[in-house]
Design a protein around this ligand. Structure first.
Ligand code: PLP
Length: 373
């Protein structure tokens, strides 16, 4: 079989599936499938257990991430929840500290309700990671680049430790997508996506994906996915496939635009720090005064102040009160997530228009705004 490059694999998802030759794969809404006799099935019985449209998506993400099997879930959070059904009371998990706020909130809930325990580490120092491992440690959970400080965590180095200590390595690959990072090839066991972000890509869909590359774990996840029922609906599965077809094209423009904006921000006097890992479409920056945040957001005309990322429209987020509001302020400030930090998800608009929008907002600040904002 020919192995195609990822751009081709993405574009071709679902093509060739339909017996009538439909290029865009059909959406199967049926909840039930007729059986020719007892114990005779064409592979599908009941919608929660398996759905042909969802299967196309699950197979595609498994192939693209280079894993064994994929599971499509109703949201990124439910994808994380699916993986966490592998753990039991008393288990310990080490996670990167600079996490998506909703993930942190879910971990706090697991700690409270199921007595899982969590240790957060900066994702940088392997010796520190090794020293945090206890007999009851079961997994290392990382987001790379970290969110919102955009630090890259070295998956290969961490995998060397988790393999030696027999721990699961779970990577949230939402920000880079498989185009920019292949966690399984780097040694991860499980990959998570919020399909709501780059894979969907149009700010119009909630979805999550898990890819497993460990046979015993895959077996368990298949059972939990069906048992809990946190599965993705057929229409949403189709919508996610449609989004993924243009991922490569979109990602190139996201990155071009992000680089242009980073250059602009680095020359802007009212910006004290710019966080950009050198690839992808996500960046963060710090304004010189917290009091500038409010008028700056208000002055933007094209870039939308809204809480998500990875779509064709540029969105700007204020992590302190939005995505990361559930992380205690003292903890946030300690690791560098300040109250002057803004996170920008660059869309695929023309870069000149994005830079001009930022520039007119900065000019309005310089004209003088009340410092109490
Ligand atoms: C948004 C997000 C999630 C949660 O996904 P939902 O689809 O919103 O449930 C998890 N991880 C990261 C990195 C995210 O950005």
């Amino acid at each position: 079989m020919t192995t195609y490059k990822m751009e081709t694999q993405l574009t071709q998802i679902g093509n060739g599936f339909d017996e009538l030759g439909a290029v865009s794969a059909p959406i199967y809404l049926s909840t039930a499938y007729r059986h020719e006799g007892i114990g005779v099935s064409k592979g599908y019985d009941y919608i929660r257990t398996g759905n042909p449209t969802r299967s196309i998506l699950e197979k595609a993400i498994a192939d693209i991430e280079g894993g064994e099997e994929g599971f499509a879930c109703s949201s990124g959070m439910s994808a994380i929840q699916l993986i966490f059904s592998l753990f039991k009371t008393g288990d310990h998990i080490i996670a990167t500290r600079d996490l998506y706020g909703g993930t942190y909130r879910l971990f706090e809930l697991f700690a409270e309700q199921y007595r899982l325990s969590f240790t957060y580490w900066d994702g940088a120092d392997d010796d520190t990671l090794a020293s945090l491992i206890r007999p009851e440690t079961k997994a290392v959970f990382i987001e790379t680049p970290t969110n919102p400080l955009m630090r890259e965590v070295d998956i290969v180095e961490i995998a060397a430790i988790t393999k030696k200590k027999n721990l699961l390595l779970i990577v949230d690959n939402t920000f880079y997508t498989p185009l920019l990072q292949k966690p399984i090839a780097d040694g991860a066991d499980l990959v998570i996506h919020s399909g709501t972000k780059y894979l969907g890509g149009h700010n119009d869909l909630l979805a999550g994906l898990v890819v497993s590359n460990v046979p015993e774990i895959t077996e368990k996840l298949r059972n939990y996915h069906n048992s809990y029922g946190n599965v993705l609906a057929p229409f949403d599965s189709w919508l996610l496939v449609r989004g993924m077809k243009t991922l490569a094209l979109r990602m190139r423009q996201h990155e071009t635009n992000a680089k242009r904006i980073v250059d602009y921000l680095r020359s802007q006097l009212l910006v004290t720090k710019v966080y950009y890992p050198g690839k992808g479409g996500m960046l963060s920056f710090e304004l010189s005064k917290e009091a500038y945040v409010k008028p700056f957001l208000k002055a933007l005309r094209l870039i939308t102040f809204a809480e998500s990322l990875g779509g064709v429209e540029s969105l700007i987020t204020y992590p302190a009160t939005q995505t990361h509001a559930d992380i205690p302020e003292a903890l946030r400030l300690k690791y560098g997530l300040s109250n002057s930090l803004l996170r920008l998800s660059t869309g695929i608009e023309h870069p000149d228009d994005l830079v001009n929008d930022l520039d007119q907002a900065f000019r309005s600040l310089k004209k003088g705004v009340p410092v109490h904002g």
